[in-house]
Design a protein around this ligand. Sequence first.
Ligand SMILES: *[C@@H]1O[C@H](CO)[C@@H](O)[C@H](O)[C@H]1NC(C)=O
Length: 335
Amino acid sequence: MPMLWESILIFMVHATAVSSDQHRNELCKGNRDEFGFTLVGHDYKSSYADNVGRCFFLCSTDERCQSATFFWNTKECKMNRETKASRPADFVKNPSATYIENDFRAKKGSTSSTPGSSCKDILISGDAQGDGKYWIDPAISGDPFMVFCDMTTAGGGWLLVSRFVMKTHDSFLDSRVESNSYRTILPNFNSNKQFLFTNGFSQMKQDTGFTQIRFYCFKKTTGRVFHIMTNNDAKGSDVLTFFTSSDNQPAACGSFTRLADDNSTLAERCDRWGFPNYNTWGHTSHLSDLRLFDKPAVWRNTIRVWFAGDAAAEYDRDGDAGSLSLGDTWQVFVR
Ligand SMILES: *[C@@H]1O[C@H](CO)[C@@H](O)[C@H](O)[C@H]1NC(C)=O
């Protein structure tokens, strides 16, 4: 059976190359082969191959294989989970190697055999196909799972971490999916009540290396959208530290950017956030495991972000606390 596939594949490669004037040596290689280069640190398997064409064949018939390096001296064919596009820093010169890309490869994130490490990783690899479900395996555990990626908002690459949505009038009565394990929480993107605790969020930061958090809240009764993302700089990084591993309340102003649809009063007034001090994230009485949802941003006695996922969930409180309407949405993403 493998021999048959090999014949068909070689036929296909020849058929596409015959019309060009390429050198004979290039006939059995992919379009994206590069002599004198290799990708280091992402190989999962090594096989013997007589020649570069055989290495190309081995890679293109292994569903995990994104690219391979053929070493001319040792005739070793090293197969990689990544490509030079997804890991440019690891694409290096090597005079006795040829880098080959699998032209038949499954897009990263599209199958459980080719998981990304995060939504951002899939986006950077050029394999994003709109908002939706993707496979990831942040810890390279060999046990991937499916998550929801927002690949369009503010440049895309956002992994949905937590949310509460009023899908029906009784949504607030649904049981919460809550855990300290991101593996448990992230695949529950269809649940309208998923909450990841601080320790799990911290573990996730270690494994995926996310550098930004995005908060989205909409509450119909107040008619405002609160939509911000932390900046990808030192001030934004302090906010990530607060939500993963420290009780020091970081500065609010200068730590985030408002997104195009944000029309909230809260995001306008970062100078009023915080307790006991102004211009800070969080509230000193709410530094628990739940801080990502429990008053991450508070304007004392005026407005607060709080998505507890029960009747008390609220945003932009203006005397009318608590009441929920269909479509009210609280979401947290990272990238
Ligand atoms: C804020 O934006 C939302 C969503 O676009 C819209 O429904 C709402 O009317 C806006 N509110 C104000 C006060 O402009």
